[in-house]
Design a binder for this molecule. Structure first.
Ligand SMILES: CC(=O)N[C@H]1[C@@H](OP(=O)(O)OP(=O)(O)OC[C@H]2O[C@@H](n3ccc(=O)[nH]c3=O)[C@H](O)[C@@H]2O)O[C@H](CO)[C@@H](O)[C@@H]1O
Length: 364
C-alpha cells in the first residue's frame, strides 16, 4: 500500500500518525509511506528522526479576529493545496490520511479533489476546526470519543480509538528511566504539560520541587523543549532534591510510560489514549486555551469513571499540586483502583481498527 499521511503542529496529532505507520509497516513491510507536514511544526523534527520520508508545504492557522493575516492565510491555503496536489500526483498514494492540524486541511482536501480515498482521525471529544472542514470531503472519519460523532456526517464515522494506544500498550518496562538518571526500583511520578510543555504547569511544578524532598518516590518533570533553558535559570532549578529530575523532552515516551506510577499533565487526547492503554492513574489539568475547551471534556470522560482527578488551571498552586500528587502516590489502593478504571477506558487495538478502515477505502 502507498500511504500519504499528514498531521501537524503538536505531538498529539503527529504520534497517532506515526503509530498508524508502524502498524501498517508491521502488516505490510512493502508499504511505501510519505509524510507531509510544515517546517514550523514539531513534525519537522519528530518525523525525520523516526526515519520516515518527509515533505513540507507552507500553511498557517486562521486568526479568530478580522485581520490582514487572514488574507495571507487564505493565500497560503490555496498555494498549499496546489503544492499538495503536486506531491500527491508524484507519490501516487492509494489512500491519504489526516490526523489533525492545519497542514492536513490542505493535504487531505487536495487528495479528495483528486478523487483519492481519504480518511481523517479525530483524537478529541470535540472536533478540531480542520477536521470539521474536511469531514464534508473525506470518505471515513476515525474517532476516539463517542460524543464527537455528533460533529460529523454520521455515516462516515467509525469508532477506532487512537493508534498510539496500541503502540504503547505493546511495550514492557525495560529500565528506560535509568537513561534519564532515575532509579529503576523507585515509584515515579511524571509531570508534563503535553508535547510542547505548559507555562503554568512548569512554574507550579518547579515550585513544588522542595516539597517532594522527603518523598519515598521520585519525580520526573518534563518542561517542553522551548521552556527548558529559561526555566533552568530560575533559582528553584539550581538546588534540586536528589529525587527530582528535570528534562526538556522525552523522545521515547512509549518506553518510559510503562515504568510510570502516576501522571500529572494536560488532558491532550493522545496523552489520554496512552494513559488508558496502560492504565496509569492521573491528575489532569486541562488547557483552558484550546478550541471549545475540548481538554476539559476529554478529561471529564476519565474523571467520571474515577480514573483521573482534575485540577482546573485557575486553581493550580504548588501546594494543591503537591498535596494531590502526594495523596495519590501514598495510597496504593487508590492508585490501583484508578489504574484499573483507566484501563477499562482504553482501546489497546486501536491501530488495527484504524488500519481496517484504511484498507476498506484504499484503492489497493
Ligand atoms: C495545546 C493544544 O493544542 N493541545 C492539543 C494537542 O496536544 P499535545 O500535542 O500536547 O497532545 P497530547 O497531550 O494529546 O499528546 C502529546 C504526545 O506527545 C508525547 N510526548 C510528550 C512530551 C514528551 O516529552 N515526549 C513525548 O513524546 C506524548 O507521549 C503524547 O503522545 O493535541 C491533542 C490531540 O489532538 C489535543 O487533545 C490537545 O488539546
Amino acid at each position: 500500500m502507498r500511504l500519504l499521511i499528514s498531521g501537524g503542529g503538536t505531538g498529539g496529532h503527529i504520534y497517532p500518525a506515526l503509530a498508524l505507520i508502524e502498524a501498517l509497516q508491521q502488516k505490510d513491510p512493502a508499504a511505501e509511506i510519505l509524510y507531509v507536514g510544515t517546517k514550523k511544526g514539531l513534525e519537522s523534527k519528530i518525523v525525520p528522526d523516526a526515519g520516515i520520508p518527509f515533505k513540507t508545504v507552507e500553511i498557517q492557522g486562521f486568526r479568530r479576529s478580522l485581520s490582514l493575516e487572514n488574507v495571507k492565510t487564505v493565500y497560503l491555503f490555496l498555494k498549499s493545496v496546489r503544492d499538495s496536489k503536486k506531491i500527491i500526483r508524484e507519490f501516487k498514494p492509494d489512500v491519504v490520511v489526516g490526523t489533525g492540524g492545519y497542514v492536513c486541511g490542505a493535504v487531505v482536501y487536495a487528495a479528495a479533489k483528486l478523487k483519492i480515498p481519504t480518511l481523517i482521525h479525530e483524537q478529541n471529544s470535540v472536533s478540531g476546526v480542520t477536521n470539521k472542514f474536511l469531514s464534508r470531503y473525506v470518505n471515513k472519519i476515525g474517532i476516539c470519543f463517542p460524543d464527537v460523532k455528533a460533529d460529523f456526517p454520521a455515516e462516515k464515522v467509525v469508532f477506532t480509538g487512537n493508534p498510539r494506544a496500541q503502540q504503547v500498550a505493546g511495550i514492557k518496562p525495560n529500565n528506560t528511566l535509568q537513561n534519564y538518571g532515575l532509579k529503576a526500583d523507585q515509584p515515579t511520578l511524571l509531570i508534563f504539560g503535553g508535547s510542547r510543555g505548559a507555562e503554568k504547569i512548569n512554574q507550579t511544578a518547579i515550585a513544588t520541587a522542595q516539597m517532594f524532598r522527603d518523598s519515598p518516590y521520585q519525580v520526573l518533570f518534563v518542561t517542553g523543549r522551548v521552556h527548558y533553558d529559561k526555566l533552568m535559570q530560575q533559582p528553584a532549578a539550581k538546588n534540586l532534591p536528589a529525587n527530582f529530575f528535570i528534562q526538556p523532552y522525552i523522545p521515547d515516551m512509549p518506553q518510559i510510560l510503562p515504568e510510570i506510577s502516576a501522571i500529572v499533565g494536560r488532558a491532550g487526547a493522545t496523552s489520554l489514549a496512552e494513559i488508558t492503554a496502560l492504565g496509569i492513574p492521573s491528575i489532569l489539568i486541562p488547557s483552558p486555551y484550546v478550541t471549545n475547551d475540548h481538554q476539559t471534556k476529554n478529561a471529564m470522560s476519565l474523571v467520571d469513571q474515577h480514573a483521573a482527578k482534575l485540577i482546573k488551571e485557575q486553581d493550580l498552586t504548588a501546594e494543591r499540586l503537591f498535596e494531590t500528587a502526594n495523596e495519590l502516590m501514598s495510597d496504593e489502593d487508590l492508585c490501583q483502583q484508578m489504574a484499573h478504571n483507566a484501563k477499562q477506558a482504553g482501546v489497546p487495538d486501536a491501530a488495527d481498527k484504524l488500519l481496517d478502515v484504511l484498507e476498506s477505502i484504499s484503492q489497493k
